[in-house]
Design a protein around this ligand. Structure first.
Ligand code: FES
Ligand SMILES: [Fe+2]
Length: 414
């Protein structure tokens, strides 16, 4: 039988990462250190730390819960955030609001009800809630004796995404919406993509930031080698720069569309620089060419759907800078979609395999040796929900958050 190894690789040290000017190039093949301890600087304890795959995502941020087109005028749309049911509704006037998807009367989902003017009418007895969650009508009682309402969530619609603030609503105003890359810049064409992936969100962050997994994509990309140029971190963020060299084979056309140029074969370094950044809880990937032109700009987030946080829905905005000749991008777009879908499928299958391995082992056995990934892991632990344990076998499925709609406060997490 295989004993569970200690998480010695997850014991943080106090090394402070270099500033951009100081960051020394590091070879991707070089282990973090001979001791296996990571160079994080993000946590200072010498004690073993939490299993990252059991850290709940922090709810006090803005998360997209749907694409705009999924919430039609005059309709409701049921979603979840980490197991909490939320109904999104769009009035005939086009305004979107978000409420707890649970009628205060008998807790049936409000998304089974109907939008009535600026409110939602439950499909069972017709109790009606305005956009603040207040009950404004009980058809058989009249408006004099109105009962409790339901919880409402701060909600904003930006660039085709409906963002909800699932945590403490009092913090929503001071927490800005994230920047969404180049999506609003007419010099770029943006692909909106995403689907559910059956893994903890941390596997997604690691997968995108760790470009040493090019081997996985060898059938799509040929033989590419990533070289890390250096890493940086600060409050709430970690980032790393890479260059790539093609070791053999020809550049695939789909990749050429993304990069906008042909990369030569032969192992010499390319001039393109890719910067990948996790700024909690979001992630970006940018590619700049030798002229410092931003040729690709990806913004992405992984939103846990279930209470155990073993499935996330990915929302991605992939912006590609349009070439000089008008129309070329539209012609090439289907190929880009096909190419990126194939890459995404490979990534999805591998992170789901990681999750299955974690769950069957019952703990995180990772032997991570790449410094920036250890930085990232420390960041996700530090900024995750401090007291929440998620995952199979934690008993977390029994966690129910009760909401006192009269007081507007959570009653209990039990
Ligand atoms: S369950 Fe909603 S009105 Fe009765
Ligand atoms: Fe990948």
């Amino acid at each position: 039988m295989h004993a569970v190894p200690p998480l010695e690789q997850d014991i943080a040290d106090t090394t402070v990462a270099a500033s951009p000017a100081q960051a020394a190039p590091q070879n991707s093949a070089t282990p973090a250190s001979s001791s296996g301890a990571h160079a994080s600087g993000l946590a200072t304890s010498g004690a073993p730390v939490r299993d990252l795959r059991r850290v709940g995502i922090h709810p006090d941020y803005w998360y997209p819960l749907a694409w705009s087109h999924e919430v039609k005028r005059g309709k409701t749309h049921g979603v979840t955030f980490a197991g909490d049911p939320i109904v999104l509704a769009r009035t005939e006037g086009g305004k979107v609001f978000a409420l707890e998807d649970r009628c205060a009367h008998r807790q049936v989902p409000l998304h089974q009800g109907v939008v009535d003017g600026e409110s939602i009418r439950c499909g069972y007895h017709g109790w009606t809630y305005d956009c603040s969650g207040k009950c404004i009508d009980v058809p058989y009682l009249g408006r004099e004796r109105l009962p409790n309402g339901v919880r409402s969530y701060p909600c904003q619609e930006v660039e085709g995404l409906i963002f909800v603030f699932p945590g403490d609503a009092a913090l929503a105003e001071q927490r800005p919406l994230p920047g969404l890359g180049s999506v609003s810049d007419p010099k770029y064409k943006t692909r909106r993509f995403g689907r559910p992936v059956k893994c903890h969100y941390s596997f997604m962050h690691e997968n995108l930031m760790d470009m040493n997994h090019q081997f996985l994509h060898r059938r799509q990309m040929g033989q590419m080698r990533a070289r890390s140029l250096g890493r940086r971190h600060g409050d709430g963020w970690v980032e790393v720069d890479y260059t790539f060299a093609r070791m053999a084979g020809q550049q695939p056309l789909g990749e050429a569309i993304v990069f906008g140029q042909n990369r030569k074969t032969g192992g010499h370094n390319d001039k393109d620089v890719m910067t990948i950044r996790t700024e909690y809880p979001y992630q970006t990937l940018q590619i700049r060419n030798a002229d410092q032109t931003l040729v690709m700009d990806l913004w992405i987030v992984y939103v846990p759907l279930d209470r155990e946080q073993r499935t996330n829905r990915t929302f991605g905005l992939l912006s590609i800078r349009k070439p000089g000749i008008p129309g070329v991008m539209n012609l090439a777009w289907p190929l880009l979609v096909w190419f990126t879908e194939r890459i995404f499928k490979e990534d999805r299958e591998i992170v789901e395999a990681e999750q299955r391995a974690h769950d069957s082992q019952g703990a995180d056995w990772n032997h991570e040796v790449f410094p920036v990934i250890n930085d990232l892991r420390a960041l996700l632990r530090e900024y995750g929900a401090p007291d929440q344990v998620v995952g199979v076998g934690t008993g977390d499925t029994a966690v129910i958050r009760f909401w006192d709609s009269r007081q507007g406060n959570p009653l209990a997490k039990t």
